[in-house]
Design a protein around this ligand. Structure first.
Ligand code: AMP
Length: 413
């Protein structure tokens, strides 16, 4: 977990602004859900046997006996809110987006934090694969707008409750035949969550999965068509995608489409997937709502920031064009009011009002890159006047306190 400030925060703001612009265009409403939820929401939604819930979720018991969790992701929270606020009765799709912290007790390493931020988009109520494609489109274009130039989309379909059980059977029998060569985790997964074995990063398991049966060959007609149409949309968009038959994603609720987006450079691959998502047609019902299809994406903000920072330095604000300096108690009091009047008029003004020495204030003005300094001396404060000094030439002009804002605005034009 880490503190975020200075230029890192500038990137955070930039990313959130880009999300917000896309959300406005595609009519996604922002939603902020609590950081703490009932642990059961994720045990049921994300899945009891997933790494996220089994190993990484921070959970706690309150004095009252509640079993709570710091959210390790937001999709179950969004679905809970969707059910709780009667959004099921509203015209579909319901489109929601979020930006906020999530928590996972992972081993800290490149691109992996224990508190990090995700933004995401969720569309509920439509089963058509055009929704899957439009979510990929939205994410891809946000990343492109943020300056990512080597994006690659990995896609797969993991079927649904009709066809996945058949695939699981054939996968389990293949993996069983190799079980002595699998890692301990995968031997365990074989019983609980065999699909996750396809996702294992252990070298010996990677070798075995190369010849494993592929789910693509086991899709039922509906899932097959859904995937075919999804890929046709990506073709039409001319998006760079690759089929990754081993992409299963770590969460239980996915059905049909799953995808991840990478920046395909050395640094990009080091960070891991920038975004991941897919369809979750059974999740709303599983969490107690009506049978409702859904599709969404989550994107890791820190990973984007890490890569964006390496690219170029983003500076906070442009230099302050105008700086206020004051001398004496009366000038300090009037200066405080004047500053607030500048704020009300939306004119940015720098200050070092805590300082008393004019020389030291002029130094601060110089450091801030000020073009003009407004000097409120003892005499000026008494006469309700201000000196406007041009820093470069030293030229000065005295104006009435009441006129100074319009005069500064005129000069800034
Ligand atoms: P997931 O919910 O696991 O599919 O993750 C979605 C996105 O969140 C990933 O593609 C990453 O960009 C980001 N992410 C996941 N885990 C972490 C982590 N521990 N630290 C930073 N970012 C993460």
């Amino acid at each position: 977990m880490h503190d975020i400030f200075e230029d890192e925060l500038v990137y955070f703001r930039k990313i959130k602004k880009a999300c917000s612009r896309f959300a406005d265009f595609y009519r996604y409403q922002e939603i902020r859900t609590p950081i703490l939820e009932q642990a059961e929401l994720f045990e049921k939604g994300t899945g009891q046997t997933t790494d996220i819930v089994e190993k990484e979720m921070y959970s706690l018991r309150t004095k009252g006996g509640d079993h709570l969790a710091l959210r390790p992701e937001l999709t179950p929270s969004i679905v809970r809110a969707y059910i709780e606020h009667g959004l099921q009765a509203m015209p579909k799709p319901i489109k929601l987006w979020y930006f906020g912290p999530v928590f996972r007790h992972e081993k800290p390493q490149a691109g992996r934090y224990r508190q990090f931020h995700q933004f995401g988009f969720e569309s509920l109520g439509v089963a058509d694969s055009v929704v899957d494609a439009s979510i990929v489109l939205l994410t891809f274009n946000i990343l492109k707008e943020l300056g990512f130039k080597h994006l690659v989309i990995e896609v797969n379909s993991i079927g649904d409750k009709q066809c996945r059980p058949y695939f699981k059977k054939s996968l389990v029998s293949y993996l069983r035949s190799k079980s002595s060569s699998l890692c301990a985790d995968c031997r365990r997964r074989l019983k609980q969550n065999p699909l996750r074995a396809l996702d294992c990063k252990e070298e010996k398991c990677q070798r075995i999965k190369k010849s494993a049966p592929q789910i693509i060959d086991h899709l039922c007609k509906e899932c097959h068509n859904h995937f075919k149409f999804f890929l046709e949309f990506l073709d039409e968009l001319d998006f760079p995608y690759i089929l990754n038959a081993h992409l299963v994603r770590g969460l239980d609720y996915y059905t049909k489409t799953v995808f991840e987006i990478y920046e395909d450079t050395k640094e990009g691959r080091e960070q891991g997937a920038l975004a991941g998502g897919g369809r979750y047609d059974d999740l709303v019902k599983l969490l107690g709502g009506k049978d409702t299809p859904g599709c969404g994406v989550a994107c890791g903000v820190e990973r984007l920031v890490n890569l964006m920072r390496r690219g170029k330095k983003e500076k906070e604000a442009p230099p302050t064009a105008v700086f206020l300096a004051q001398v004496g108690d009366l000038a300090k009091r009037k200066g405080l009011v004047l500053l607030d009047n500048f704020r009300k008029s939306k004119v940015p003004v720098g200050e070092a009002i805590h300082k008393d020495s004019l020389t030291s204030q002029l130094k601060s003005a110089d450091r801030a890159g000020a073009k003009y300094v407004l000097i409120l001396g003892q005499k000026e404060a008494l006469e309700d006047k201000v000196i406007i000094r041009e820093m470069k030439t030293g030229k000065q002009k005295i104006v009435g306190l009441k006129r100074v804002i319009s005069e500064v605005k005129r000069k800034a034009r």
